[in-house]
Design a protein around this ligand. Structure first.
Ligand SMILES: Nc1nc2c(ncn2[C@@H]2O[C@H](COP(=O)(O)OP(=O)(O)OP(=O)(O)O)[C@@H](O)[C@H]2O)c(=O)[nH]1
Ligand SMILES: [Mg+2]
Length: 491
């Protein structure tokens, strides 16, 4: 996410790193690079000005200039200011037993409204509440069917009315149907248009007036840069938005829209869409995002992602077993299978400090074959061996290997991997942030050393390219190099 912004900021920090003598002049050069990085990421000019004003004021303070580690102090200042322009945000979904809450999604055509309805429904289901979807997009003939497909996929009720022409009536009938079905949250999927027009706004306003949703959320396409910011402004003027959901951040979005929305419109971003899958929706946390942009990793998001892999009951049972030291190979196999969900490992790697590059590498790992091999070896063991792998001696190893067409060293390798994971699980379940951090660091080492890891035989994903033309890129790169050189000379 936002690779080029991150890289450019890193080179800004580098330009003042390790300097014997930091002066106001070379700090200003470093700040100039921060400013170019933001402009290049397509952040609104007014936001850049405001942001740089605050950063400059703090960075030119005596403390930073006298500091032994000015680049670290600058990172801290930029971090704080990123958090300040992105937040604060309350991204809880209104949920209350015994009441039907309503969330209305709106946005331009193709922004990702319908997909996001499904993703929100999934998130609500994970919180053990009952979502319900209403097809209030009567413009596009296929829209109703699209929502039904999602509903079937999720096992969630969908209300629609074929041939209806009044979305307000559909919403009202739908909410009644949701109540009858015992739903907790109703999500309205409204129609999009190519551009903001009077008719669309009028229709959305009538739905808003008659239904009085608990939340009105705007879905914007993060790839559209400043257009996303403009549409947030226009929709907010008409509907008083509660928040924005920014989608397609798994693509080549440069980050400008994300960094500008709150500052320009005062509407906070509440969720991020990071893929086409139904579980690719993250609650937006300014601190986590600032950490990610500054390549400091996002530990909380890793933990959240790890949590949602296993459902609550399953997790409790697993934790119980782990506490009793009963995390055996059967559990290990189940866990490995869960981790192999498409794109998941890659995403988790991307959230860890310094693992951005590694996550790209995971793209083409042949993990299915590997998974089958591991499962084969585990299946070839007796239940006693699975529960207590310590008893596996040479003779047993040979038998297990022969039973699944593997070799004894492969069995050994698996057992080693299991030992590491079991240790990792123990640290992760022990609670403290320090233990969790240590566990993650250990896991990173494991991923890069272990011959059985899913990244073996990987090839790096090709860059998908930015939206700048090659010429523009070349020019910006030259400017950056020049500034870095200049900063170095002055030292
Ligand atoms: N990569 C990626 N694709 C997404 C994301 N969210 C939505 N999409 C894709 O964007 C396309 C449009 O999504 P829809 O949910 O149909 O958009 P919509 O706003 O309902 O569109 P209309 O109903 O036509 O206005 C689909 O192909 C989705 O799979 C996302 O976060 N990442
Ligand atoms: Mg739609």
């Amino acid at each position: 996410m936002f690779d080029s912004l991150s890289e450019n900021l890193q080179s800004a920090f580098k330009s003042i790193r390790g300097k014997g003598k930091l002066t106001e002049a070379n700090m200003r050069d470093g700040l100039k690079l921060v400013e170019t990085s933001l402009l290049e990421a397509d952040v609104s000019i007014s936001v850049v000005e405001q942001f740089m004003g605050r950063v400059t004021e703090a960075a030119l303070g005596k403390r930073v200039l006298l500091s032994l580690k000015p680049s670290e102090e600058l990172i801290r200042i930029v971090y704080d200011q990123l958090v300040a322009i992105l937040g604060p945000v309350d991204n809880t979904i209104p949920l209350q037993r015994g009441q039907v809450k309503t969330i209305m999604l709106c946005g331009l055509q193709g922004a990702g409204k319908t997909t996001t309805c499904g993703k929100l429904a999934q998130l609500i289901k994970e919180s053990k509440f009952k979502p319900y979807l209403i097809a209030a997009d009567l413009q596009r003939p296929a829209a109703i069917e699209q929502l039904h497909v999602l509903g079937r996929q999720l096992g969630v009720g969908v209300f629609s009315k074929e041939g209806a022409s009044d979305p307000v009536a559909v919403c009202q009938e739908g909410i009644a149907a949701a109540k009858a079905a015992g739903a907790d949250v109703v999500i309205l999927d409204t129609a999009g248009r190519l551009a903001i027009d009077e008719e669309l706004m009028g229709q959305l306003k009538s739905i808003d007036r008659s239904v009085k949703p608990d939340q009105v959320l705007l879905v914007v396409d993060g790839m559209t840069g400043q257009d996303a910011v403009n549409s947030a402004g226009a929709f907010n003027a008409a509907l008083e938005l509660d928040g924005v959901i920014m989608t397609k951040l798994d693509g080549d979005a440069r980050g400008g829209a994300l960094l500008s929305v709150k500052a320009v419109t005062q509407v906070p971003i509440k969720f991020l869409g990071t893929g086409e899958h139904l579980d690719a929706l993250e609650p937006f946390r300014p601190e986590g995002m600032a950490s990610r942009i500054l390549q400091m990793g996002d530990i909380l998001e890793v933990a959240r992602e790890a949590h949602r892999l296993v459902d609550e009951d399953e997790r409790k049972a697993m934790e119980e077993r782990m506490k009793k030291g009963q995390f055996g190979l059967t559990e290990f196999r189940d866990m490995m299978q869960k981790l192999r969900k498409p794109g998941l490992m890659q995403k988790m790697m991307g959230l860890m400090p310094g693992m951005g590059e590694m996550s790209k590498a995971l793209q083409s790992a042949d993990s299915d074959k590997e998974m089958r091999r591991i499962a084969g070896i585990i299946d070839s063991m007796t239940p006693t061996e699975r529960d207590n792998p310590k008893i596996i001696d040479n003779q047993r190893r040979m038998r297990i290997a022969a039973g699944c067409g593997a070799t004894a060293p492969m069995v050994n390798e698996l057992l080693k991997q299991f030992d590491q994971i079991a240790g990792f699980m123990k640290m992760m379940s022990s609670g403290g942030a320090r233990e969790k951090m240590a566990a993650l660091q250990q896991m990173q080492g494991m991923m890069s050393n272990n011959p059985m890891n899913p990244m073996q035989g990987m090839s790096l994903k090709q860059s998908t390219g930015k939206r700048l033309t090659p010429k523009e890129r070349e020019r910006l790169q030259k400017e950056r190099d020049k500034a870095v050189r200049k900063a170095k000379r002055k030292n």
